[in-house]
Each structure stands twice: as structure tokens, then as C-alpha cells.
Design a protein around this ligand. Structure first.
Ligand code: DLL
Length: 435
């Protein structure tokens, strides 16, 4: 039987949800206009006043907010509450020069943890569960968010953070962890280490995993489910909108339900900014209608996905988003062709290779090159060079069928590609290094 954390909200009729969103949006726009000078100026420039926003039907009148705005306003420019009302900050890693600092009141933390509790409950979690959280703790939102959600649900919470994988497995076995929360790439690594230590899924009690923070394919899902003997659920979120829990998967596993009582989603054409209908691929935009300290109106996430209002067998009426296929700024343009790393991952795993791979793009004599290194499993190893070359060719041709461009494929030894304990780095674009 499907379990809900907040059945009233999660199964609310569409009409009631719209009413709730209408009310919250009107109040939120006022709150932001009155308290955030940066956004007030943006609205004034776009000749929109809070009174023009009477319901969600008027959402399109509001200006968009971008990452560049967040950078301009760093650190306090988008704060909508006095600092004395804030109790926490979280932040992105900023490795790409895009550090974002988000502020939270205690109320914001409560709502955020509630969203994570919904995700854990949808994955079957109850107070009988032992929830091992191996997302990073600290400024990254993964650890603190799932930790708070796990407490709310009443799970026995193991705040492991990432790393020290053998110890993770020891705790998992000794304390009988039933739910694992981490990035999908780390889950794959934990699965691999479990087998290397001589165990099988029968030696652990895990039943579900809640994996997100990076793109991952259906093929990766099946591979993790098999290696850990679990059902793997997706979870999505970003620091700007609190963190994990903006959307989460249910038992149907066909996309993530968006917590629409807190976040109104839109899909836009990233070039023209035109709002697109359900079913079309575009950039996801969120308006947070309950956040106090750091509310963002029409924030452009850069994540590309599709929205769907199809009825879900789990009984939830919350709109669903597909797995983001990657960020628009992660998309590679190779010889004029748009390439998402996830397309390559699909081919590799589908052909029976491990989810450990590295994509390298370079420019040689004015022409783009694409090299894909992928690890063989121990049973795929061979001394027969010809045989390996044949398999490399076969993989290259499968990638060409998917992408329309030919890569060079290199089958490499097991364990030769660095494993990830957090967000995996799968792409090295050397063209950027030369520029
Ligand atoms: O990654 C928050 C999070 C933590 C989500 C734990 C899920 C689990 P940021 O570091 O700000 O926050 O990165 C946000 O990660 O814009 C997406 O591009 C990507 N992302 C997050 N979840 C998914 C997912 C956290 N399930 C950025 N699938 C987002 C694909 C995801 N990409």
C-alpha cells in the first residue's frame, strides 16, 4: 500500500492545489517586493507591481531570475528576512565559479525537511527503518536535508556523510540499514565495494535507495538495483530552492512528483523564454511560494526536463517531472551536435559495461574529438588484443547510432577510473582548457 507523509497535500484535487498556490503566490510576491530591493528593481524595470499578480495565471508577468542575478546579489542581496531571523546557510561547492549561498529561517528548515520526509515515505520509509545518509554533510544540502527528513519520519538515522566505503558497508551490516541516501554514482561504488568484500545483497538489509544530486539514467538505476538488491528512487532539488526534496519519486518510478504546495514549476524554451506546454522538453523554472528567507520567483534552473500531469498509480496528484537529462550548460556541442553525457551512459550500460566511464572532448586541428574510456568488468577482460579492438569498434558504432558522431572508445582495466563519493565528474572538456 502506498504511504504518504502528507496525504491531504499529496493527493489534493487540482482545483484545491491551484487555490492554495494562488493564495501563496500573491502573498509571496508581496513579501519579496517589500523586502528585496534587488527584486523590486527588477519588477519595476519590467513594469510589474505586486497588485498585477492576482493568481498563478499571472505568473508569466513576473521577470525571470537567473544564476547571474544570484551572483550579482551575493551574498545578502536576495535576503527577504532580517539576518537575525535566519538560522542556517547552505551553499553550492562553487567549483564552477557559481557559488550560491542560501539562507533559511527555522520555518524554512522545517518545510525543507518536510519535503525530504515525503520522499523517504514515498520510498517506503517509516519509523521502523534505519536510514544511512551518505550524502556529504556541511555546506552541501544533501546530508543535512535527508538527515532532517529521516528524523521527521522517525527512522534511526546514520549521519555517515560520504567516503570510507568499507566502513559504510560495515555499519550497513552491523546496524541493518534499510534505506541508503547518496548520489547514484556513490551508490554504484558502494555496490561494487560490497561485492569486492565478498558479500552479496543477501548479506545486507537494504530495501530502498534515495539517489539524486546528479543526472543518472534508467540503465544506471537497474545496475544499482541489481548490485544492492534494492528499489532505487530518484530525488531532485537544488541549493537555490532549499536542497533535495523539491521533487521525489514514488513506487511507479516514472518521474518525480513536485512538491507543488511549495514550488510552482514552469517549462520554458531556454532561447526565447517562451512558456512551453506540458510534454515538451525545456528549461525548468521554479517559483518558491513558501520560503521566507530566500524566496526565488521564476528562477531558471538550467535543468532540462518534461512536465506531465498524467494520473499516477500511487494516488498522488502532484505534477511529475522527468529525470533532468542534464543542465543546459552541461550539454556538449561536439562537431555541431548536441550531446548529453547521459546518452553515452545509456549506450555503455545497455551494452553490458560498468557505469565507470570518462568522456574527454578536445579540439585537434580545428576538429572536435570525442574519446570515451570505459572500464571492463573483470569477466570482460581479455588478453586477446584483437578481441578488445573488435569490442571497442562495436561500442563506438553503438554510440554513433545514438549520437550521429563517431567517438574513439577505449576499453580500460577494471578499477582504473577514479570512483566518486559525491557528484561524479564524467566529462573533461579540454577545449575549454585551451580557450
Ligand atoms: O544537488 C541538491 C540535492 C542533494 C539533490 C541531494 C538531490 C539529492 P546543488 O548542489 O545545488 O543541489 O545542485 C543542483 O544538481 O540543478 C541539477 O542539475 C542536479 N541534480 C539534482 N538532483 C538531480 C537529479 C543538490 N535527481 C543541481 N537528477 C540541479 C539529475 C540532479 N540532476
Amino acid at each position: 500500500m502506498e504511504r504518504y507523509w502528507n496525504e491531504e497535500i499529496e493527493t489534493m484535487s487540482r482545483e484545491d492545489m491551484k487555490k492554495l498556490q494562488d493564495e501563496r503566490l500573491v502573498a509571496q510576491v508581496k513579501h519579496v517586493y517589500e523586502n528585496v530591493e534587488y527584486y523590486r528593481n527588477l519588477m519595476d524595470e519590467n513594469v510589474v507591481k505586486p497588485d498585477d499578480i492576482k493568481s498563478t495565471d499571472d505568473l508569466h508577468k513576473l521577470p525571470f531570475l537567473t544564476k547571474a542575478d544570484l551572483r550579482d546579489a551575493y551574498p545578502y542581496g536576495l535576503l527577504a528576512k532580517p539576518l537575525s531571523d535566519c538560522v542556517r546557510i547552505q551553499s553550492t561547492s562553487g567549483t564552477t565559479g557559481r557559488r550560491v549561498v542560501a539562507f533559511y529561517t527555522q520555518h524554512d528548515i522545517d518545510l525543507w525537511e518536510d519535503c525530504c520526509a515525503r520522499a523517504i515515505t514515498a520510498a517506503g520509509g517509516t519509523n521502523e527503518d534505519v536510514c544511512q545518509v551518505c550524502y556529504g554533510y556541511g555546506l552541501f544540502t544533501g546530508g543535512p536535508g535527508l538527515n532532517g527528513g529521516s528524523h521527521k519520519v522517525g527512522c534511526l538515522t546514520l549521519p555517515m556523510s560520504s567516503g570510507n566505503t568499507e566502513r559504510q558497508i560495515q555499519f550497513m551490516r552491523d546496524l541493518g540499514s534499510t534505506i541508503l541516501c547518496c548520489t547514484p554514482s556513490y551508490a554504484a561504488y558502494i555496490g561494487e565495494t560490497l561485492h569486492d568484500m565478498g558479500f552479496t545483497p543477501d548479506d545486507i538489509k537494504l530495501k530502498a535507495g534515495i539517489f539524486g544530486a546528479e543526472p543518472w539514467t534508467e540503465e544506471m538505476r537497474h545496475s544499482i538495483e541489481k548490485s544492492l538488491g534494492i528499489k532505487a528512487y530518484d530525488i531532485y532539488g537544488l541549493t537555490e530552492t532549499s536542497g533535495p526534496g523539491v521533487s521525489f519519486e514514488c513506487s511507479e518510478q516514472t518521474g518525480m512528483h513536485i512538491n507543488e504546495d511549495h514550488f510552482i514549476p514552469e517549462i520554458i524554451d531556454p532561447e526565447t523564454c517562451e512558456v512551453l506546454p506540458d510534454g515538451e522538453v525545456g528549461e525548468l523554472v521554479f517559483t518558491s511560494i513558501t520560503k521566507e528567507a530566500f524566496p526565488l520567483l521564476r528562477y531558471r534552473t538550467r535543468d532540462l526536463c518534461v512536465l506531465s500531469r498524467k494520473k499516477c498509480s500511487c494516488g498522488r496528484t502532484l505534477i511529475k517531472m522527468t529525470k533532468p537529462m542534464g543542465r543546459s550548460d552541461d550539454m556538449l556541442i561536439i562537431r555541431g551536435v548536441n550531446v548529453f553525457p547521459s546518452q553515452i551512459e545509456t549506450v555503455l550500460i545497455d551494452k553490458g559495461y560498468s557505469p565507470n566511464y570518462l568522456i574527454e572532448v578536445d579540439r585537434v586541428k580545428n576538429s572536435d574529438t570525442l574519446d570515451i574510456s570505459v572500464e571492463m568488468n573483470p569477466e570482460q577482460l581479455s588478453d586477446d588484443v584483437k578481441d578488445i579492438q573488435e569490442r571497442e569498434k562495436e561500442l563506438a558504432s553503438a554510440v554513433k547510432t545514438m549520437l550521429g558522431i563517431s567517438p574513439r572508445v577505449h576499453l580500460v582495466e577494471p578499477k582504473s577510473i577514479t570512483r566518486s563519493e559525491g557528484k561524479a565528474v564524467r566529462v573533461i572538456d579540454k577545449r575549454k582548457l585551451h580557450d
